[in-house]
Design a binder for this molecule. Structure first.
Ligand code: AMP
Length: 188
């Protein structure tokens, strides 16, 4: 089981846990949010386009995001598996990922759903705003990102639930505890 997706609302701890799981499983993490942030920092054309959306807490259009992921999944280091973090985030992106993986004769093995309640998410995201100064971590934008998750990304979980590949893990608690929960869930 080496082709994984970690999904959950903003602030659930996906990025932190993704890095740890990847180290244990020895597969690369592919975070669309990180790729966008790197491009924004470098002010590439892709970054300038993406920033208009990320700053407001909106999703970057599928046309931009899908081709970026298609390119990333064409690289050799994903041959033995990968952990996607933050993609797919819409049902249309699920269809795109299906077609990318089908063309390679593969499919997702497991979808890890990391959960936490809304108050905890807002608290964590406001804390991160202070620590990291992410421009999409202001309170209004945070609330908007949580709405975008409910409206556009929660249905993605429904699609994978129908396929029977979703494993839910409680994201509350300390970081090590959550990692152990995830590893136990993956082993079972
Ligand atoms: P994240 O770090 O995953 O929360 O992503 C930060 C921001 O990048 C999101 O709020 C979106 O604006 C953008 N983004 C990341 N992944 C996607 C995606 N799969 N589709 C569209 N926009 C995305």
């Amino acid at each position: 089981m080496t082709r994984l997706l970690i999904i959950g609302p903003p602030g659930a701890g996906k990025g932190t846990q993704a890095a740890r799981i990847c180290e244990r499983l020895n597969v690369p993490a592919i975070s669309t949010g990180d790729i966008f942030r790197a491009n924004i920092k470098e002010q590439t054309e892709l970054g300038k386009e993406a920033q208009r959306y990320t700053d407001a807490g909106n999703l970057v259009p599928d046309s931009v995001t899908n081709s970026m992921v298609r390119d990333r999944l064409a690289q050799d280091d994903v041959n033995n598996g990968f952990l996607l973090d933050g993609y797919p985030r819409t049902v249309a992106q699920v269809e795109e990922l299906d077609s990318i993986l089908e063309a390679n004769g593969t499919h997702l093995d497991v979808v890890l759903l990391l959960t936490a309640d809304n108050d905890e998410l807002v608290k964590r995201l406001l804390g991160r705003a202070q620590d990291q100064g992410r421009t999409d971590d202001t309170e209004d934008v945070i609330r908007h990102r949580l709405d975008v998750y409910d409206q556009q990304t929660a249905p993605v979980v429904g699609v994978y639930e129908k396929r029977g590949i979703v494993t839910e893990v409680d994201g509350l608690g300390d970081i090590d505890q959550v990692t152990e929960r995830i590893m136990a869930a993956l082993a079972s």
